[in-house]
Design a protein around this ligand. Structure first.
Ligand code: SAM
Length: 212
């Protein structure tokens, strides 16, 4: 999802107190930033941030960070926060490739990947957020009992993601190829923007929850 380059989006982001501007400095100190010892959940590739904003509103005892690569997309999340600010939700504009520079060992309790870009060409497999290369990065920042939750309507990407697990030492906790018809996995489900769009077209949504 790359919106048209919205002019001035970088300036707005640079001035926003909701964005952590030098996140590397905060590595290992995220509890100080939020001013509490609550668990930290992150979404990588959050888009316009509806999913995290809903979760943060429902769960004030959890700290959330949304990570997004593009300023023009992050700007949309900031606009939402201006009308309904939440103390437990912050944003970082960065490429997730550098995630281990920003979070310390076991600093994160849960990682959400929602409708990640598929990168369909084989030579780009390493760029897929559920690839073994990314799983190795997540391994470095996630608590021992931490989980990753991944949703997509892209069956090829989901199958790729499942095949990557044994290479990276992860195990399935739950999985479904049709989330919206799986009553147990649907419990408490918060829809993302892409989930709303694709499920309304009748596309089944795949989901896994994994741990080490
Ligand atoms: N998660 C949202 C949803 O489900 O509605 C947005 C999904 S959109 C298809 C994927 C988002 O991930 C885009 O906004 C894109 O810019 C972001 N993204 C892709 N690769 C990324 C990376 N390496 N680091 C950070 N964000 C990334």
């Amino acid at each position: 999802m790359r919106l048209r380059n919205i002019s001035g989006s970088r300036d707005v982001i640079a001035e926003s107190p909701l964005v952590v501007h030098e996140p590397e400095i905060t590595k290992g100190k995220w509890k100080d930033v939020f001013g509490n010892t609550h668990d930290l959940h992150i979404e990588i590739g959050m888009g316009k941030g509806k999913f995290l904003h809903t979760l943060a509103g429902k769960n004030p005892e959890i700290n959330y960070i949304g990570i997004e690569k593009y300023s023009s997309v992050l700007l949309r999340a900031l606009q939402k926060m201006e009308t309904e600010p939440l103390p437990n939700l912050l944003f970082i504009r960065m490429d997730a490739e550098e995630i281990t520079e920003v979070f310390d060992r076991e600093e994160v309790s849960r990682i959400y990947l929602n409708f990640s870009d598929p990168w369909p060409k084989d030579r780009h497999a390493k760029r897929r957020l559920p690839s073994r290369e990314y799983l190795a990065r997540y391994d470095q920042i996630l608590k021992k009992d931490g989980v990753i939750e991944f949703k997509t309507d892209n069956k090829d990407l989901f199958e790729f993601a499942l095949e990557e697990l044994p290479f990276a030492g992860w195990k399935i906790v739950r999985k479904t190829f049709d989330l919206h018809h799986d009553a147990e996995m649907m419990e408490g489900n918060v829809m993302t923007e892409y989930e709303e769009k694709f499920s309304s077209k009748g596309n089944p949504i795949c989901k896994y929850i994994i741990k080490r």
